[in-house]
Design a protein around this ligand. Structure first.
Ligand SMILES: Nc1nc2c(ncn2[C@@H]2O[C@H](COP(=O)(O)OP(=O)(O)O)[C@@H](O)[C@H]2O)c(=O)[nH]1
Ligand SMILES: [Mg+2]
Length: 401
């Protein structure tokens, strides 16, 4: 699953991206580094099962710090969106090329209202961020309309003459856009358009369809950024009325904290409601001021910086993922190298035991016999639907080694 960080220029996307892809603890080089210039590994935070199961774990694919599991996920820092990007304006093509690959979108909005439509800096409170949401929706919808329009007649005629399936035809056409069949079907259903007569759809029908398709295939949430600025509260209330999940945050505060933690100046775990200064004397004037700012303007008022909340909301609510821990030995809760609770997998809600086996390795899936719930030692059949924080062993006729 890949999440795109989107929005107009200067809303704080790159700050958000830098903060979330920076590991706040000194760590040996594992597969946790930036992949490409604008792609990076961030972490969702969940309560690890190690404390509950009273074991010392040795994570491999993730981190566990004081009982908090940090599970790597992939983010793209998209180019800033400018009006009429869908017509190729500004970096429009780059922007849309990144949206194309994303499974969901975090829309970073300048909730302080301190940037105009095009992202030029202005006085806080002078711009209504609600407009930015409508603008981003329209750009993506128009881009989809443009793609669909290109050979709509040809597709429509082919479906009508061969009595083909419009969903299949569109799925093929949109194959590079990370769009599955379900959202296409859903968009046809909600618009009530006739899938057997696509050539009869009007331009307006096609736009309606594209708009539904966007909502179903690129689910979006709002990160109401710059919450450290005083003009933010009213705007957050307005944003909340749009029907999206809105999480207020301060990317800048999070970046300050993660840098300080990485440099060993403070103890801070992303998502924590506080931080501890390790050695007061080592701090420069500037660092002291920045940390005091975060304490007063963020923690006292909002509880956390909100940034980890944005990521967790994106994966656990928007994409409805759950965390599952595979083990090979249910007594010791370890893998074949005796590593205890080595992996935490993020999988879509609804994943069955057998599907999970396939996600680990195709051999495990093909040879699937049953799974075992490590907590209860009960056998689980192939159709068992996994629950959040399940710890399971897969018993398979085919070994993965
Ligand atoms: N007050 C405040 N400013 C922020 C915050 N996040 C980013 N900024 C500032 O907003 C400006 C644009 O940030 P940047 O991350 O480059 O935005 P991008 O163009 O969306 O990638 C910079 O001056 C940042 O320091 C925040 O949480 N609070
Ligand atoms: Mg940027």
């Amino acid at each position: 699953m890949l999440i795109g960080v989107v929005g107009k220029p200067n809303t704080g996307k790159s700050t958000f991206f830098s903060a979330t892809t920076l590991i706040p603890v000194p760590i040996d080089s594992r597969p946790f580094t930036t992949i490409k210039s604008n792609r990076g590994i961030a972490y969702v935070r969940s309560q690890c099962v190690c404390k509950e199961l009273a074991v010392d774990d040795q994570p491999k694919n993730s981190l566990c710090i004081n009982g908090v599991r940090l599970i790597p996920v992939e983010l793209i820092d998209c180019a800033g969106l400018v009006p009429d990007a869908w017509q190729g304006r500004g970096l429009g093509n780059y922007f849309l090329d990144e949206v194309r690959k994303a499974d969901a979108l975090i829309h970073v909005v300048d909730a302080a209202g301190a940037t105009d439509e095009e992202g030029q800096l202005s006085e806080p409170g002078t711009h209504d961020p609600v407009k930015d949401v409508a603008f981003l929706e329209r750009e993506i919808t128009m881009w989809l309309v443009q793609i669909l329009t290109k050979d709509w007649r040809r597709i429509g005629q082919a479906v009508e003459t061969t009595r083909g399936d419009l969903v299949d035809a569109l799925y093929d056409k949109l194959s590079g856009l990370a769009i599955q069949k379900a959202p296409i079907l859903e968009a046809i259903r909600t618009t009530g358009l006739n899938p057997d007569k696509p050539t009869e759809w009007s331009d307006e029908d096609l736009t309606r369809f594209a708009d539904e398709l966007r909502q179903n295939s690129k689910p979006m949430m709002i990160a109401a950024n710059k919450m450290d600025v005083s003009t933010v509260e009213e705007n957050i209330l307005h944003l909340q009325k749009l029907g999206y999940t809105v999480v207020p945050c301060s990317a800048e505060a999070e970046l300050i904290l993660r840098r300080a933690a990485q440099n060993g100046l403070i103890d801070y775990l992303p998502g924590d409601p506080n931080f501890q200064i390790k050695n007061e004397v080592k701090l420069t004037q500037g660092q002291r001021r920045a940390l005091a700012f975060v304490r007063d303007r963020i923690f006292k008022k909002w509880g956390t910086t909100g940034v980890q909340g944005v990521l967790n909301t994106a994966f656990y609510e928007l994409l409805k993922m759950i965390t599952v821990y595979p083990v090979e030995n249910v007594e010791k809760l370890c893998d074949h190298n005796d590593r205890v609770l080595p992996d935490a997998f993020l999988v879509p809600h609804g994943t069955t035991a057998k599907q999970f086996a396939y996600l680990i390795h195709s051999d495990l899936g093909e040879g699937f016999i049953y799974a075992i719930n490590a907590r209860t030692r009960r056998r689980l059949g192939e159709d068992y639907v996994l629950k959040d924080r399940d710890v399971v062993k897969i018993v398979s006729a085919k070994s993965r080694r």
